[in-house]
Write a protein that binds this ligand. Structure first.
Ligand SMILES: C[S@@+](CC[C@H](N)C(=O)[O-])C[C@H]1O[C@@H](n2cnc3c(N)ncnc32)[C@H](O)[C@@H]1O
Length: 223
């Protein structure tokens, strides 16, 4: 079973997990996403939209949100929140330059090669279009990081590993259920230039001094 199909078995749980019951985490995701994407008009594609938990936040900025995901279980929930289609983020059923903006939230550790997703997003963005990435912080969240004694976070040598693993300090989180891929910071940022996009700005956010979220805004070149 592929990593994405793994969400079918956990979609109802994920829907509850990524809800206002998640407390400040979801609020932090939405504030950081809004800060990066910014207000605008036109179609914003939510790549790996999951249950559509960020559709309202994207729409509140003025965008018309649409979503794609591989998991039909996740999309059962998302369909109540935005127009959706089943699609692989590395082969989007969208014409070149077909969308004005794109977001990809908390999904970079769910795909084996995030660079392929960013390249595909770059293809479907119109010239001047924006891409806001937001994910778990590549330096401080993963199998290599132990938050059990937060605010002291312990990072170990597994940071450099790039494989898929279910290892996690938190038995109640997403990774214990579906696992995750590690993408070190340099690899993540290099996806932007490799896709031909221009990095505009980055953002970090967290519950305290150590950030658990990292994001960036990238723009497609005009002409
Ligand atoms: C942790 S969830 C994040 C969902 C949503 N973006 C959010 O922030 O709540 C990761 C999502 O990525 C989807 N996914 C993983 N690989 C994918 C792929 N290749 N194409 C499309 N969706 C994919 C999974 O099905 C899952 O819904």
């Amino acid at each position: 079973m592929g990593v994405s199909a793994a969400y079918d078995a956990h979609a109802d749980w994920y829907h509850d997990f990524m809800s206002p019951a998640a407390g400040d985490y979801l609020g932090r995701v939405h504030r950081t996403l809004a800060d990066l994407l910014g207000p605008g008009q036109g179609v914003c594609l939510d790549v790996c939209c999951g249950t559509g938990a960020h559709a309202t936040a994207v729409a509140a900025l003025g965008w018309t949100a649409i979503g794609v995901d591989l998991s039909r279980g996740q999309l059962r929930h998302a369909a109540a929140r935005l127009p959706v289609a089943v699609a692989d983020a590395t082969a989007l059923p969208i014409a070149d330059g077909g969308v004005d903006a794109a977001v990809c939230v908390l999904a970079s550790t769910d795909v084996p090669e995030y660079g392929k997703v960013v390249a595909e997003i770059a293809r479907v963005l119109r010239p001047g279009g924006r891409f806001a990435h937001l994910g778990v912080h590549p330096c401080f969240v993963g199998a290599f990081a132990d938050w059990a004694d937060a605010p002291r976070v312990v990072v170990d040598q597994r940071y450099a590993e790039r494989g898929h693993t279910f290892e996690t300090w938190n038995p109640r989180g997403v990774r214990a259920r579906v696992g995750g891929w590690q993408i070190p910071l340099a690899d993540l940022l290099n996806t932007v230039s490799e896709a031909g996009l221009r990095l505009v700005r980055t953002a970090e956010a967290g519950p305290g001094g150590v950030p658990d979220l990292f994001g960036f805004l990238a723009v497609k070149h005009v002409g």
